[in-house]
Design a binder for this molecule. Structure first.
Ligand code: HEC
Length: 155
């Protein structure tokens, strides 16, 4: 009985710590809508997100303050969503330009998205701090991921 009580409160403690960790990190989560998307919808959504990222990067150089942070937030969301939009069932679907090599090298593929995500987080922090040099450097990091990935994984 005593042991059971202890076990329960220990579990509750673990749950509390988990909740606190999430709150502190303010983690951006994968868009829940992706879970119920068909393969065709995922291809459309990732192509739209790619185009959006291109447009954001083109205009973000001229932004500062809250506008720059909002631009970085959109990049952060897209980079967070991408791995979930490249599930194996989307291989060869519709007019996709995603190469089959993606699924044979998924860790290497998603590592480039992770680099983009880190860049977008650094971009947001730099925007919040008003650090123009760091902001520019972060945008360069993000921009570098586009070609790095397309060369290997986009036909
Ligand atoms: C880790 C890999 C990866 C990264 C990083 C990446 N892309 Fe892509 N991108 C792809 C793949 C794969 C496709 C093909 C998607 C498809 O057709 O299903 C694509 C497609 C595109 C397209 C065409 C969309 C369409 O309508 O067909 C554009 C534009 C694009 N990417 C822009 C970018 C920009 C800008 C960046 C950098 C900010 C970027 N991508 C970063 C993998 C990547």
């Amino acid at each position: 009985m005593q042991l059971k009580k202890w076990g329960l409160s220990a579990l509750a403690g673990v749950a509390l710590v988990a909740v606190a960790a999430v709150a502190i990190a303010q983690d951006v989560v994968v868009d829940p809508a992706i879970a119920t998307m068909t393969a065709e919808q995922k291809v459309e959504a990732r192509e739209a997100a790619m185009k959006d990222n291109g447009a954001i990067l083109k205009s973000a150089g001229g932004l500062t303050g809250a506008d720059a942070e909002a631009a970085a937030d959109k990049l952060i969301q897209h980079f967070t969503d991408y791995p979930a939009l490249f599930t194996p069932d989307t291989n060869g679907v519709g007019g996709t330009e995603a190469k089959p090599e993606i699924w044979a090298n998924f860790d290497a593929f998603t590592a480039i998205f992770a680099k983009g995500l880190e860049g977008a987080k650094a971009m947001k922090a730099a925007a919040a701090a008003g650090d123009a040099a760091a902001y520019g450097a972060a945008m360069k990091t993000i921009g570098g991921t586009c070609g790095e990935c397309h060369q290997q994984f986009r036909s």
